[in-house]
Ligand binder design. Structure first.
Ligand SMILES: O=C(O)c1ccc[n+]([C@@H]2O[C@H](COP(=O)([O-])O)[C@@H](O)[C@H]2O)c1
Ligand SMILES: Cc1cc2nc[nH]c2cc1C
Length: 333
């Protein structure tokens, strides 16, 4: 692992990231053109398979070891009355993940994915960002490093998920700081109109109390430990050419912090789904990513991305398993 002790160290690591393998990409494209189907008939599945092959350095790739990682964190901004649930639910849900009782346990198992859960200092919430930065530089870097370390180097696909009461307020503040404009808040776990107004006020106060606008600076000031850890895991995956499926609103806000540092930082990522949290689509638009699924989910914990593993599996099964026109003796068009 590189030294990730300071934001400057993280920026150094981000500046050394590899790109996709052009030879594998060309081979995958060539193979795609020979498969027994009309050109383009598999739609986005074709792009997905070529994207995956390019990052894995393999023109005929297989997916064998997907990993889902969930990071949990608690937020000082919860004190502003911005969630429908109390902060103790974060630790309670971590216990549920570990016992196998959450949605993500079922969806990971279905996708044949290993699931890891990392609780990040739950007993020490971040500071309330309406008053000043949520984290110190040391804290955000430690969380980023925890995310980096959580990635199994032998995995061939990563899903990053999260659990953190009040983190839709944090994600909204991150998006507002990095993309400007307003209406970034939504109902999260289901707040009423009063809660929604308190979320909007907390985001405004957070932007006024924290003036730093670099991607990592915003992650420190307005993010949370689980957002920083997701950013660290996504960066680690990039360093090892492991493709990533992004989850919902909070995961995308964390990824946005990397994108704000380098617009190519998320080229190894696809958007797994469009969350019902209203502003998610605007983050994905800014990132230039079209979601694979749109099922009205607003759960987090990696659930939409874990479902999207199945779509990627479908793309790779076709790409790597189908016969070519020559092999099958089918007349090419
Ligand atoms: O992933 C999403 O798009 C998403 C949308 C709304 C809520 N969540 C989950 O709900 C929690 C945050 O909601 P809230 O209302 O406490 O800010 C957190 O644990 C997230 O995983 C997740
Ligand atoms: C019960 C519950 C489960 C969750 N999973 C992800 N975020 C969540 C928030 C709540 C409140």
């Amino acid at each position: 692992m590189p030294d990730l002790s300071t934001l400057a160290d993280i920026r150094t690591a981000l500046a050394q990231m590899p790109g996709p393998d052009a030879t594998a990409q060309a081979a995958a494209q060539d193979r795609n053109g020979q498969l027994t189907k009309p050109p383009g008939a598999l739609g986005r599945l074709e792009d997905l398979a070529i994207w995956y092959g390019a990052w894995r350095g393999d023109g005929r790739p297989r997916l064998t070891k997907p990993q889902v990682v969930i990071f949990a964190g608690n937020h000082g901004v919860a004190a502003q009355g911005v969630s429908a649930f109390p902060s103790e639910v974060t630790a309670q849900m971590v216990a549920n993940f570990r016992a196998g009782g959450a949605a993500i346990n079922q969806l990971s198992e279905l996708a044949g994915a290993r699931l890891d859960v990392h609780a990040l200092d739950l007993e020490t919430p971040t500071a309330d960002f309406t008053q000043g930065p949520a984290m110190s530089e040391a804290e955000v870097c430690a969380a980023f490093a925890a995310g980096w370390e959580a990635v199994d180097p032998s995995t061939d696909l990563l899903v990053t998920g999260e659990m953190g009461i009040a983190n839709t307020t944090s994600a909204a503040a991150v998006a507002a700081a990095l993309l400007g404009g307003d209406a970034w808040v939504g109902r999260g776990t289901g707040v009423d109109d009063g809660g929604l107004a308190r979320k909007a006020a907390a985001v405004s106060a957070g932007l006024a109390a924290n003036t730093e606008r670099s991607g990592l600076g915003v992650l420190q000031a307005l993010g949370g430990r689980e957002l920083a850890a997701m950013a660290g895991a996504i960066a680690c995956a990039r360093a090892q050419r492991i493709p990533v499926i992004l989850d919902g609103f909070i995961c995308s806000a964390a990824a946005l912090c990397l994108w704000a540092e380098d617009p190519q930082a998320l080229d190894h990522c696809v958007a797994g789904h469009l969350s019902a949290e209203g502003a998610h689509g605007r983050i994905l638009e800014a990132l230039g990513k079209e979601p694979l699924l749109s099922l009205g989910l607003r759960l987090g914990e990696g659930s939409g991305a874990a479902l999207a593993i199945q779509v990627l599996r479908g793309a790779l099964a076709c790409h790597s398993g189908m016969a070519t026109f020559a092999e099958a003796g089918v007349t090419d068009g």
